[in-house]
Design a protein around this ligand. Structure first.
Ligand SMILES: [Zn+2]
Length: 186
């Protein structure tokens, strides 16, 4: 059987063909999907299951990856794309306040981040639909782009708090995550 997207209640096959697994239910000898997702067949035991695409809720304590879409003096808007540990894409609007950027005092958020940068942060507060992040400690940008030419910036041994553009040699200050350059697929 080929991998296929199914809706709730969609017919998958018969119990003569397959063993009904997780995300399915059987009725009158027929197997149906119990959730929205992708059909997978475990050939070793002929078990058919549906792998769900339900996006998990954001929770305090989760580590997330997101793209910076807006920077004001006191607040950065981050669209969270992925929760660490979940292989699912999402688009959730969150905020990173200037006081939560670093352990030391930060005057202006724009001094340490750029539009389009990808950050790794932790959810510290959810209140009235507002999700707040922190990049204190080892969090910060995991991928950043040159403000001059948009090339991907690289870590350098020269500085702890600056990245360098291999294209135009521009040096830019960032709150750099311990994971800079090591996070894939964000
Ligand atoms: Zn550049």
């Amino acid at each position: 059987m080929e991998k296929d997207k199914v809706l709730i209640g969609e017919y998958i096959g018969t119990i003569e063909e397959f063993v009904p697994g997780k995300g399915t239910f059987a009725e009158d000898g027929k197997i149906y999907s119990a959730i929205i997702g992708e059909v997978e067949l475990d050939k070793a035991n002929q078990t058919v299951r549906v792998k769900g695409k339900t996006i998990p809720e954001l929770e305090v304590g989760q580590v997330v990856f997101g793209e910076i879409v807006n920077i004001r003096r006191n607040n950065i808007t981050v669209i969270v794309k992925r929760i660490r540990g979940f292989d699912l894409e999402m688009d959730e609007k969150t905020s990173l306040y200037v006081s939560n950027i670093a352990d030391k005092y930060v005057e202006k958020a724009e001094d340490l981040f750029g539009i389009g940068d990808i950050i790794e942060g932790e959810i510290i507060r959810i209140h009235g639909g507002m999700v707040s992040l922190t990049t204190k400690g080892g969090y910060g940008v995991v991928l950043a782009f040159c403000k001059r030419c948009r090339h991907r910036l690289e870590k350098t041994d020269k500085y702890k708090d600056k990245l360098i553009c291999p294209n135009c040699a521009h040096e830019e200050k960032r709150k750099i995550a311990a994971d800079y350059g090591n996070v894939k697929d964000v």
